[in-house]
Design a protein around this ligand. Structure first.
Ligand code: HEC
Length: 397
């Protein structure tokens, strides 16, 4: 029952996290697009530019003020709750998935790190990441955006590497995402919102607002914009064991992040020129290269030298799977952590195992993402045996 309730808690929080995240990132994309596409030729007095758009059967006319309108409108819409709720639901989800089950999801299989320590490192790194970022932006480095970007990138990949030595692959990825997400929401909470509040107050007090304020907010919101694509990849990454499950998972993440930022840059500049259009084919080529380099090395079939008949080999494979996998992956899991087979994956019958062979190969042979946390202590020889059976056609008899 407890496992079942946890599943529904996970579902509810994940759903909220996705909805608020879509709202937040959607608004971020929209406003960067709006800013880039304003018509700045001969704007009306006091305006920076305007834009006409058609959407959902209506025609809209948007105007951006250089600094402030002559008087404040009664209703000024602020964008912040989507950011705050994305972060809050993200932290709640981290708690439900990783921190309530540290030995299963968080800690690297085989590591003897204490769960409390791993949780402290995980949560602490989100806060530390934001603080480090904030000081870097305010330091002299803040005046050199490209250099600042490079330094941030190296620090984040260093964090990914560090996490990969103590956390499971998927937790390592998720924690890099959590650091970036915390930086993004920190930008909204500690920089963008205060700058906007000061701007609004100056307008209401009839004083001239400090033009540095919007500039500061704009810089941080640009950073957030470049963070979005890498973060979105990280949030879906745990569907892809060949990324986080690889020995070089931190390098793969670095490669994907570079491509994501390049593509974002093209979309952020293409209103001016198509100078960065090359980023799209380069990113596509990069994904193809990554697909190749992350491909499973040819299974060590020869090393296992299966001389038995297919039926005998399968009966050995079946024994391993029942012992190492079926506590979780059965119609009625015996593990108290699951009330239903996780991922809908069940190994009750020979036919189920045969049909699932490619996914078994991906999770337990090519990468070692299963058994989760290697709780059931599967050995390398057992992985090789399953690999050999699959490479010989996964035959039952
Ligand atoms: C301790 C419980 C546990 C054990 C033991 C375990 N798994 Fe899993 N498995 C899970 C969970 C939980 C998921 C769902 C993963 C997620 O949340 O994304 C999963 C997902 C899977 C998936 C589906 C992933 C996909 O989308 O393709 C496969 C395949 C799989 N496991 C294979 C195995 C194999 C093979 C073994 C034995 C070598 C094994 N598992 C042992 C818990 C376990």
């Amino acid at each position: 029952m407890e496992a079942h309730l946890l599943e529904w808690l996970n579902l509810s929080i994940r759903w909220v996290h996705m909805i608020t995240g879509v709202a937040w990132i959607g608004a971020s994309f929209y406003f960067v697009w709006l800013e880039n596409n304003l018509n700045r030729v001969n704007p009306r007095d006091g305006l920076a530019g305007d834009l006409w758009a058609i959407h959902g059967g209506g025609i809209y006319h948007l105007e951006k003020y250089k600094l402030a309108p002559p008087s404040m409108p009664d209703n000024l819409h602020w964008f912040k709750w989507e950011a705050y709720f994305t972060w809050l639901s993200g932290v709640a989800l981290m708690l439900v998935v990783y921190y309530l089950n540290p030995s299963l999801y968080l800690i690297a299989p085989g590591s003897d790190m204490a769960p409390a320590m791993a949780i402290a490192i995980g949560f602490g790194s989100m806060i530390a990441g934001y603080v480090a970022y904030h000081f870097l932006c305010d330091s002299a480095l803040g005046k050199h955006p490209a250099l600042l970007g490079a330094v941030l990138f190296i620090l984040l990949i260093a964090a990914a590497y560090g996490f990969s030595t103590i956390f499971s692959g998927r937790a390592a990825y998720l924690h890099v995402g959590a650091i970036i997400g915390t930086i993004m929401v920190g930008n909204v909470f500690f920089t963008i919102m205060p700058a906007q509040r000061a701007l609004v107050k100056a307008i209401e007090d009839n004083t001239t607002p400090d033009p540095a304020l919007p500039a500061k907010g704009l810089l941080r919101s640009r950073h957030n914009n470049y963070f979005t694509l890498p973060v979105l990849f990280i949030m879906i990454s745990n569907h892809f064991p060949s990324t986080y499950g690889s020995q070089y998972n931190w390098l793969i993440l670095a490669g994907i992040a570079v491509m994501a930022v390049l593509v974002r840059h093209y979309f952020n500049t293409r209103h001016n020129s198509n100078k960065f259009a090359w980023t799209i084919p380069v990113a596509a080529l990069g994904m193809i290269c990554l697909a190749f380099v992350t491909g499973p090395s040819s299974t060590p079939a020869a090393a296992v030298a299966v001389v038995n008949s297919n039926a005998e080999t399968f009966s050995q494979v079946n024994k391993v799977i029942q012992e190492r996998c079926s506590t979780c992956h059965a119609t009625k899991p015996t593990s108290p952590m699951f009330s239903a087979a996780p991922g809908g994956v069940m190994f009750d019958t020979a036919e189920q195992i045969r049909l699932l062979a490619p996914r078994i190969q991906a999770q337990a042979v090519a990468t070692q993402t299963m058994p989760l946390g290697n709780l059931t202590q599967m050995t390398q020889a057992e992985r090789d045996l399953i690999g050999a059976w699959i490479s010989q056609g996964a035959k039952l008899n």
